[in-house]
Write a protein that binds this ligand. Sequence first.
Ligand SMILES: *Cc1c(COP(=O)(O)O)cnc(C)c1O
Length: 416
Amino acid sequence: MNDFIFKENELYCEDVPVRKIASEVGTPLYLYSLATLKRHFNVFDESSKALNSIVCYSVKANSNISLLHFLFKMGWGADIVSGGELFRAIKAGVDTRKVVYSGVGKTESEIEFALEADILMFNAESLSEVFLIDRTAGRLNKKARISFRVNPDVDPKTHPYISTGLKKNKFGINIKQAVQAYETAAKLPNIDIVGLDCHIGSQLTEISPFNDALKIIKELLFKIIAKGMDIKYLDLGGGLGITYENEMPPHPSTYINSVKKILEGYKGQVIFEPGRLIVGNSGILVAKVVYNKNTGSKNFIITDGGMNDLIRPALYEAYHEIVPVLKREGPRLKVDIVGPICESADFFGKDRVLNPVEEGDFIAVFSAGAYGFSMSSNYNSRPRAAEALVDKDKFYIIRKRETYEDLIDKEIIVNP
Ligand SMILES: *Cc1c(COP(=O)(O)O)cnc(C)c1O
């Protein structure tokens, strides 16, 4: 986070005062540091070279096409979960032969789009899906490269809403049915089996669930290779956690070296799908203090940013560090930092002890680069925030603030 730092009493993003950008662009505002993004890219990219691997950035973490463009330009591919993400990735210049497609509910038109784009492989999550991919490929006179996403039934020890590799989760196929699924798929005329895939969850802060899952997957890998399947790609998903508060997640090189050790003897390529790790701490959400409010029992800072802009606290009870952009002298106060939305879950932080803020000041919500803007909505008819990217002493608007007109742009009044 050293690109978001205080110089004297003022928060900077690289060489630009956050206050300057927020005053010019308005709030709420997502602000990204290119230096941080580059650093995270480099750490993972360097670490991944320990193995013969392809890195497919998980587009859903932050799908702004400017950030995507940077990562694709540096040679990474994309992990997508919808036709819309494929469209974005193509617009941002992805090499479609480095695109893997995850998700339990791929529709026929999405499958068709991905086949036309000639993506690297579909990470299929059910046999029904493989049957549909086979029929669609046949109709288009194409062959579809697939892997099965296998659910190893390992507890990732993360928030239940972002755990995906337990047998009660909807994701992947049951590991006990995997061999049979591969044998069935191998008989289909338009399917080319090329991979095996696994993704057990997000914001993992320990290495042991990764290792446990990989050992289980490895056993299956060699079993299906022995059955004659040509597994060129072993996709290990994403999920490495980041520091929001005081978590100490494993370093990417620790993780990748342990993958390398466990995979001894595997000749194919490994695919990684990092998301949060790359963008999470590259971005902050800046909001303006609209009111200071004291209800007699509690102090509230009410900002012009809300849960529609950043839903993680409401959805996962996620912790985000919050600081006033301008550090003022005075007694620190225990406050809840909340938004204007008509929901009690509309908060960014509770019972935080902050330096005093005045109405009109800005606050920064840290670690908001992943699952921030990409999960934002228009709830309460709030135009979505602007996004800006800082590079040293310059900043660029990479998504304009939505307008009121945008809110009703697709709507039609009828008088039946
Ligand atoms: C969300 C997701 C990722 C990225 O997860 P992070 O925790 O952001 O690294 C990777 N692969 C799949 C299949 C996903 O659903």
